[in-house]
Design a binder for this molecule. Structure first.
Ligand SMILES: *Cc1c(COP(=O)(O)O)cnc(C)c1O
Length: 683
């Protein structure tokens, strides 16, 4: 095999996204091309410099990385004989160069696909080929967010059109109303997992169908239901056309739940009666819900649903009311909307929330679907989200962990691996933190230099660095820290040059409230008290996320409880020796033990109170934790200049959180608790 062949193969597998050796290799081929396309290996290879390809050192590196890649692909991960899983999700966050995600749901799905590959589970994922992404965020000089939709060029990405032996695209058809929608697919390899991305943007379709797969979470309800028909029904038809065999269908959130209708159709075609067919479908499906916010569930008005489903209804041979009843609580209520989550719950043999608290909330939320059971017996369990450690570990942290904990990627399941952090000296841990903070500050300086939102960076490599980055949905309350501006200004004044805050995040183009939050933070960043030490980084993506979660000392998370299903960004910082300062929402009640970070408020504020009262209470709590615990501990230095108490907390955080909230633990929980059919069904 020539180095060129090896590079071609390497560039076509997202394995590189969690292997910095591979990324470094592609950087060497053409640094400018790589970096100007959001760290894109395919583009770096396309524009590889001739002298780089002829450099003996590069050739040797190519061979070494390639061998490492083949070893990964061939080495068993332990779950090769596990159930064959087909996983459906609306979005996937795999790497910053592929903008197929909007936020936590997509990032989680991307990490899930990678973890499935690591353990060798036979795993196929299905999504949409969102060419124009969610959106690119930019600003005018008043701090108003604007959105723009640059389309990716297919030839610049590790995707291949799925074709038959003659090289013709494999096309399946679904119907939106009575209009045919032709769907083709692009294949993407993510380690050993395969992801099929469905696409309608080609010449077989009229333009109003072509735009359906271009943008994520944009457009009206009709667009949404059409996208969901493509994802669920089209996705399943594509798997059938490709001959992908499946033991369990995993619906990750309600968007893809129409796949159950196609499965139903198949059962009916075998001659089963409706009730029996539903039972058969349930045997093969599991469903994950992520949405405690009632308005966050996809719902369709009966008229819209009936219109969009007219062809499918004929194929199923049922009337409108019967089909609607699959997505309704009350089958006789002609006004009730069709809810995708209800469809998922009704036609899955098992369902789960994504943290312990989220499971409880979901059981209460859907109790009315199971009126003859007590709430604790509502059949929704939980598997707490986790992160794909190799994806989120920064290069500096890989070195630190390798030197101090040994082969942590192989031994990540063993608690003894993480306990080794107790033997690392305070000085080494603090030096690790200093280095990561400095890397972040250098990154911020480069970013603000070319962003549209004017920001000046006066960040100090020794200051307490607080990070807040996530979607700017209003329930996440981005500006909570600034509820009492004078009080924060006093803090900044008192701890001059020793406290700084970095924000990033996109507000949905229709979310006025979220956009106002960004504007508020931008305006504050211009005030003299905060200037240069309160920064908003624009166009949040996985690269900015990676940098922030490695460089920040404190990761602030203050959603309105219990609206955060899990959250995962805080899990990414433990690995880097950062500490969580969070509302006891999502995953944090399971992670927090009093020694490994801080809680804002307590678990009593369980039910949603008057939101203003809750906001005021939580802000007060946040101030008191910051003033009385976080800042004093950070500033309490020994004679050697080290914050020993703080470092003790870092150790506790690394020891207790890293593996527990990893995608490796998560995927094994899914295999053991959801993917394996219950014993009584095997009988
Ligand atoms: C981790 C991550 C998220 C999810 O973070 P939450 O805390 O769950 O909101 C969203 N976007 C990016 C880019 C991330 O890296």
């Amino acid at each position: 095999m020539t180095p060129q062949d090896q590079l071609n193969e390497l560039s076509k597998n997202l394995w590189w996204s969690w292997n910095p050796d591979a990324l470094t290799l592609f950087t060497r081929l053409n640094r400018h091309a790589f970096q100007s396309h959001r760290n894109n290996p395919v583009v770096a290879l396309k524009y590889a410099k001739k002298d780089a390809l002829e450099d003996p050192y590069v050739i040797e590196q190519v061979d070494s990385v390639y061998r490492k890649f083949r070893r990964y692909m061939e080495e068993p991960g332990g779950q090769e004989d596990g159930p064959r899983v087909s996983y459906f999700c609306m979005e996937y966050g795999l790497h910053e160069s592929m903008p197929l995600y909007s936020g936590g749901l997509g990032i989680l799905a991307g990490d899930h696909v990678k973890a499935a590959s690591d353990v060798g589970l036979p795993f196929t994922a299905v999504g949409l080929f969102i060419r124009e992404g969610y959106f690119r965020q930019y600003f005018d000089d008043k701090g108003h967010q604007h959105d723009d939709y640059p389309a990716i060029d297919v030839t610049d990405h590790p995707v291949d059109l799925v074709t038959d032996e003659e090289g013709n695209a494999i096309v399946v058809t679904v119907h939106s109303g009575d209009e045919p929608v032709r769907i083709r697919a692009f294949r993407m390899q993510v380690g050993k997992s395969t992801l099929y991305l469905l696409d309608t943007d080609f010449s077989d379709n009229p333009y109003w169908i072509r735009f359906l797969t271009r943008r994520l979470y944009q457009g009206d309800r009709i667009t949404r239901i059409q996208q969901e028909i493509i994802l669920g029904i089209g996705g399943l038809r594509m798997l059938r056309a490709l001959g992908v065999e499946t033991d369990v269908y995993h619906m990750n959130e309600g968007h893809c739940a129409f796949l159950t209708l196609e499965l139903l159709k198949e059962e009916l075609q075998k001659g089963r009666l409706w009730g029996q067919a539903c039972e058969e479908v349930r045997r093969n499906c599991v469903f994950t819900t992520h949405t405690p916010v009632p308005a966050g569930h996809d719902r369709f008005a009966p008229d819209q649903f009936n219109w969009a489903m007219s062809t499918m209804r004929q194929e199923l041979g049922v009337d409108e009311t019967t089909l609607l009843s699959l997505g309704r609580v009350d089958e006789n209520d002609a006004a009730e909307e069709f809810t995708m989550t209800i469809l998922g719950l009704k036609l899955a043999r098992a369902a789960n929330g994504v943290s312990k608290l989220n499971g409880e909330v979901a059981r209460r939320q859907w109790h009315h679907l199971y009126p003859d059971r007590p709430v604790e017996e509502v059949p929704i369990s939980h598997v707490t989200n986790g992160i794909h450690l190799p994806t989120w570990a920064s290069p500096a942290s890989r070195t630190f962990l390798r030197v101090n904990l040994g082969s942590w990627t192989n031994d990540r399941e063993k608690q003894s691996t993480w306990d080794k952090i107790d033997q690392v000296s305070d000085a080494a841990i603090w030096e690790y933190r200093r280095k990561l903070r400095q890397n972040l500050i250098d990154f911020v300086a480069r970013e603000v230099a070319h962003q549209t939102l004017p920001q000046e960076s006066l960040l100090n490599p020794r200051a307490l660095t607080i990070g807040f980055a996530r979607r700017f949905a209003t329930y996440k309350r981005a500006p909570l820290l600034f509820s009492d501006v004078e009080r924060v200004a006093d803090l900044f004044c008192k701890h001059e040059r020793n406290i700084q805050v970095i924000y990033a995040g996109k507000a949905h183009p229709k979310d006025e409230g979220g956009q106002a939050f960004i504007r508020q933070i931008y305006e504050l960043s211009q005030r003299p008290e905060f200037k240069g030490r309160l920064i908003f980084l624009e166009n949040y993506n996985m690269e900015i996320g990676r940098m922030l979660v490695s460089g920040c000392d404190v990761w602030l998370n203050n959603p309105r409880r219990p609206y955060e299903a899990s959250g995962t960004s805080g899990q990414k910082i433990a690995l880097h020796g950062g500490l969580n300062l969070s509302i006891l929402d999502g995953w944090w009640p399971e992670g927090y033990d009093g020694t490994n970070g801080w809680a804002i408020g307590n678990e009593a504020s369980h039910e949603i109170k008057n939101p203003e009262i809750q906001d005021a209470e939580d802000a007060e709590y946040l101030y008191s934790v910051l003033e009385q615990q976080v800042l004093p501990m950070f500033n309490n230095r020994g004679q050697d200049g080290l914050p020993h108490e703080w470092i003790k907390m870092i150790r506790s955080s690394i020891r207790s959180l890293t593996y527990q909230f990893s995608a490796h633990r998560m995927i094994l929980d899914y295999v053991n608790q959801l993917y394996h059919a219950p014993v009584d069904e095997l009988a």
